[in-house]
Write a new protein. Structure first.
Length: 361
């Protein structure tokens, strides 16, 4: 037997608030007295419409707030961004300064903006929890205890994605919250006094876990096999020539004057002097290079053909150019000759204090 109860929709609440709005009643009276002056307005079911949208008096801030709560902060709205919220509200309602009201409401909304995801590596079962964007490690630990530990117990290991906003840094949430490692759970051993039903369930569970672990290992090995078909283990010997990959728009020590992201990706070739460990190599760089000569193997590419040194030379930094070409002219006048990629620019600059390394040169 089920009991059904009437439940009012959010639009019913908005309609009820409109019926009690004194500002709306005044506008309806003006519309009824002179319909020609309000040619874009119409009346239906006791509501005032503007271009087939329900008209909301902008003076009724509580009513505007109620509408924005429904279209943005409710489960239907999902705390969406400004454009998504603004695209849904004008389909049903209209009021003056709607754009600015929606923008300010979305900016000041203190709802959840981050989803905390926990996935079981064995069963791939996932739990989701909302978080604020300014979450802390303690808050993450409390949420982890509430959605995971109380249902499944303490996990034997935790793997975090370790992105730039992860505050755990290698510690379990329990240790972050309580300052100590969680106690281990004693496994349940089957003995003669165990009821047959429980013993059967435990045996079925162990068989299922063994099957799941075997299938998971098989899937991992299969994925590894297909992935490694397109990969080759790269190694270099002492005396080989390689090209070096540099990100000029990130590495300030080799940054160009203009168009950093459109610059060369590889430079060299350079000679391999020694191998450091299994994945790093020491290269013979030019004397003017201001970067460390040891590189990871992922940044190296073998040189094919004639290894002519410095086919693509490293770019000079602005600091190197200035130290080589600064000339003192009078008291505080500095003549700087700055060479770019395709041109040379000379300019004069008046300075109040000359650095010591200028004077020494």
């Amino acid at each position: 037997m089920a009991l059904s109860l009437p439940r009012s929709s959010p639009l019913d609440n908005i309609h009820a608030a409109l019926a009690l709005s004194s500002n709306l009643q005044q506008l309806i009276s003006k519309f009824l007295s002179d319909p020609l002056a309000f040619s874009q307005y119409s009346m239906r079911d006791g509501l005032l419409f503007y271009k087939n949208r329900i008209f909301i008096p902008s003076a009724d801030r509580s009513l505007v707030h109620l509408i924005l709560q429904e279209f943005h902060s409710s489960r239907l709205g999902g705390h969406a961004e400004f454009l998504r919220t603004f695209s849904s509200v004008p389909d049903h309602f209209y009021w003056d300064q709607m754009h600015s009201d929606i923008r300010d409401f979305v900016r000041t909304c203190q709802g959840y903006t981050v989803i905390f995801v926990v996935v079981d590596r064995l069963s791939k079962y996932a739990h989701f929890a909302p978080l604020h964007s300014n979450f802390t490690a303690v808050q993450v630990a409390v949420v982890f205890l509430s959605i995971m530990v109380k249902l499944h117990g303490f996990p034997s290991s935790i793997i975090s994605d370790r992105d730039k906003i992860t505050p755990i840094n290698g510690m379990t949430p329990f240790k972050v919250l309580y300052g100590r490692d969680p106690p281990s759970i004693v496994p349940l051993f089957v003995h003669d006094g165990t009821p047959p039903d429980i013993q059967t369930q435990l045996q079925q569970r162990d068989l299922l876990l063994s099957e799941l672990k075997g299938n998971l290992l098989k899937a991992q090995n299969c994925m590894k096999l297909y992935t490694n078909r397109h990969r080759t283990e790269l190694q270099f010997n002492v005396g080989n020539f390689v090209f070096v990959k540099l990100q000029l728009y990130r590495q300030h020590s080799v940054r160009l004057q203009h168009q950093q992201k459109l610059g060369m990706r590889y430079f060299g070739p350079f000679k391999v002097l020694s191998r450091i460990g299994t994945v790093a190599y020491h290269l013979e760089l030019p004397s003017y290079a201001k970067i460390h000569p040891v590189f990871h193997i992922s940044l190296l590419k073998p040189c094919r053909g004639d290894p002519t040194p410095n086919i693509i030379p490293l770019p000079l930094t602005a600091l190197v150019d200035l130290m080589d070409k600064v000339q003192l002219k009078g008291e505080g006048n500095v003549m700087v000759e700055d060479s770019g990629q395709n041109n040379a620019v000379k300019y004069s600059k008046r300075v109040t204090r000359v650095p010591l390394w200028f004077r020494d040169n």
